[in-house]
Design a protein around this ligand. Structure first.
Ligand SMILES: O=C(CO)[C@H](O)[C@H](O)COP(=O)(O)O
Length: 283
């Protein structure tokens, strides 16, 4: 673990207000409550005081990771650096008043925690729903420990079971049409991701590339590592939103408030109670 000096300008945001030793949190229910529980559990189990370089993923579940890290307190956070996986992730770190680092300065990361669009029974993930998969995969690979968090909607046996939008594939703008054609030839149903109402034309990533989303038949999706390698070899493909054999653990928040956790060795813990109101135990 790197030893780092506290940055002079950073003052971590204050913790959630405490009353009689318990956190006063915003009441949540449904999917948001599930996301928060998964995120809190992942931080409590994997972000320890000795962890100084921390990768922060992207998406709507990761803000709860940052919230839980802030609850660990400025004493420990002032001696850490937090590495973002894109613009949204950087803003999360800065607005939380946590020390912002970059992967150039800290190429070796202790722990990266990130969301996922879907996770299979072997912890292979579809990622890139927010078009951040390139930087996310760099930080996932650079981390000694990569942890995935999600709500119950993402917990699958085979990829593609619940996430129907397809595998997000970041491509060079110049090459998108030829990659689309190659993906069709291998059985995909590719679609160029558009910018949505806010932007006429395609979605453009933080790296100035396009994203193609492509579902594939189950015969291909049940061997995600092979599929990822085939796609990655196509000229013009920058990164594939399949994260295979990378996650050490995945935490899912359930509808009933419990947590399901899956581990790289195959262990699964179902229905564990998790009390989000209990303040994190940080030495
Ligand atoms: O890969 C990602 C962005 O590219 C996100 O981590 C993934 O889309 C999950 O997002 P959310 O937490 O909002 O479900």
């Amino acid at each position: 673990m790197a030893t780092v000096a506290p940055p002079p300008h950073t003052t971590p945001a204050s913790n959630a207000t405490h009353q009689d030793g318990r956190l006063q949190l915003k009441p949540l229910e449904g999917v948001e409550a599930a996301k928060r529980a998964a995120a809190y559990a992942s931080v409590d189990n994997h972000i320890k005081p000795e962890h100084k370089i921390i990768g922060i993923g992207s998406g709507s579940t990761v803000p709860y990771v940052v919230e839980r890290i802030v609850q660990q307190g400025p004493k420990v956070n002032l001696h850490r650096w937090f590495i973002p996986t894109g613009f949204q992730s950087k803003e999360l770190i800065v607005k939380a008043g946590l020390p912002l680092g970059d992967v150039d300065s800290f190429p070796v990361i202790d722990v990266t925690i990130d969301g996922a669009d879907e996770v299979d029974s072997s912890l292979n993930c579809i990622k890139g729903g927010g078009a951040c998969q390139l930087r996310e995969k760099v930080l996932a690979e650079s981390a000694s420990t990569f942890i995935v968090i999600a709500d119950y909607r993402k917990n699958s046996t085979i990829l593609g079971e619940k996430w129907s939008q397809g595998v997000p594939i970041e491509v060079a703008q110049f090459a998108y049409a030829s990659v689309m054609r190659r993906l069709e030839q291998m059985g995909g149903k590719p679609a160029l991701r558009m910018g949505g109402g806010a932007k006429a034309g395609p979605c453009v990533t933080d790296n100035s590339n396009f994203v193609i989303d492509s579902p594939f038949p189950e015969s291909l999706m049940k061997k995600p590592a092979e599929l990822s390698d085939r796609i990655k070899l196509m000229t013009g493909v920058v990164e594939v939103g399949l994260f295979c054999n990378m996650a050490k653990a995945a935490y899912f928040g359930n509808q009933d408030g419990t947590i399901t956790s899956k581990y790289a060795g195959g262990e699964v813990k179902e229905g564990e109670q998790f009390d989000v109101g209990r303040s994190p135990m940080v030495a």
